[in-house]
Design a protein. Sequence first.
Length: 426
Amino acid sequence: MYDLVVVGAGPYGLSVAAHAAAAGLELRVFGRPMASWRDHMPEGMFLKSEPWSSNLSDPSGEHTLAAYCAERNLTAEHGSPLPIGTFTDYGLWFGERATPRIEEQTVTAVRPHADGYLVQTAEGESVLARNVALAVGVMPFVNRPEALCSLPAGLVSHSSHHRDLSLFRGKDVTVIGAGQAALETAALLSEQGARARIVARADRINWNTPPQPLHRGSLRALRDPHCGLGTGWPSWVWSEIPWAVRRLPAFTRVRIAATALGPAGAWWLRERFEAGVPVLLGHQLRAAGPAGSGVRLELTGANGETTTLETDHVIAATGFTPDLRRLQLLEPMRRDTLRTVGRSRAPELTARFESSLPGLFFAGLLTAPSFGPSMRFVYGASFTARRLVDGVRRRLGSHRGTHVPHPAGPLPREALSASIRPIRRR
């Protein structure tokens, strides 16, 4: 029986695996490395976060985005947007060097079994583990407006379902939403020859300002501190002390997770967007239906008047909703008995990311209502990996009746290399 099975190989899954391997745990890692980034983001996109706040996490701190870029003479500087492709390649590089072998199998079921869990894959393998960490990314939680759900697949899609937007060249495409995904998707569509527009219920588009210099006067830095999610004291709290967010009342945490760091476009996108994308703001999508070879949208404005819009295709850039009911690899009976955060559909977690089902840990988007909005970004992976693996170690120590010592500090390169040799089976 393995100490831990990690399900998912995105930034969170890879970071958890790196910390678990360095701690000497016997583990398996299942998933397609960086799948969401490789398969579900259009070519030409850029990373919205600053490079220095976009590191995956390993105990040595050696496998950073800056280290990857330095080896290849690539630019990874504050205030300079980084191509998504570069970040994706960095994640693959991290997985090759800081984690055990990643097995590209699809986990279809996680079931309690004896004193642990039975993990089953679509490829026919069954694995026993004392603990499981679900780091399944965002794709199970795609949010699509109800009005669009009855449309045929060829007429509607989600922004995360496209890798090549050039397929829409010459077509009229309506993008629903006003966040970075919507604005950048619309800009890319326009640049690749589509007639793109934005429709949003917001009455204006918010744009982030260019980042302030990292090195500033002490008073200015105190008033508006830098942090992993931008600048300002609220963002500093969300990004730097998620353990404190978890201690807030449940209804407060749910509200923070849903509203903090709301929709906004990156400063570097604004000129490109405004040059080629018309917008229709203050309009709520009420209904949608096929019309000829395209779609007819019924929109309601702030004054209550109805507007009809015809388009060839609709792209919903409407984000992701943390909802346990969409996690099909858990049996409904088990899924429905997990304690949740207030009235949300996200699991209530301990300080070390363990759910109310002992030995079942979560990482990523589903943990945002417990620990705050940093869990929606790569920056939250470091806090998560350290805490989660510590929780697994403590549970293993309790299970075995012995103390499991913690590493004395960051591991040197030689120790880290030794720790990620092929994992023994037992």
